[in-house]
Design a protein around this ligand. Sequence first.
Ligand code: FES
Length: 103
Amino acid sequence: MREIAVKILREAETGRGHYQTYTVEVDDHAVVSVMTLLEKIYTTQDHTLAFFSHAACRQAACGKCMVKVNGAVKLACKEKVTGDQITLEPYSPKVVRDLLCEN
Ligand code: FES
């Protein structure tokens, strides 16, 4: 197993944004997407984390899962995680909650 440190900007919508870091374990040679990391965090560590997943296509078609990954806007379902740390932020200043933004 390898560990990935996932640093997420939370609560920017309140004006009191802060980074929270989660450690996610994945299989040594597994190719995982940002969406997979977010779902693992949500289901096993923090049920309060908000990101777009409801009705998501998960096939890079709907464009609703956009998130800033290490400073660049990407699709969470398509973007593969390569290193052992990653920073996720809302892609837009119109933050609804955590990583969830108005389209
Ligand atoms: S979930 Fe539709 S583009 Fe990512």
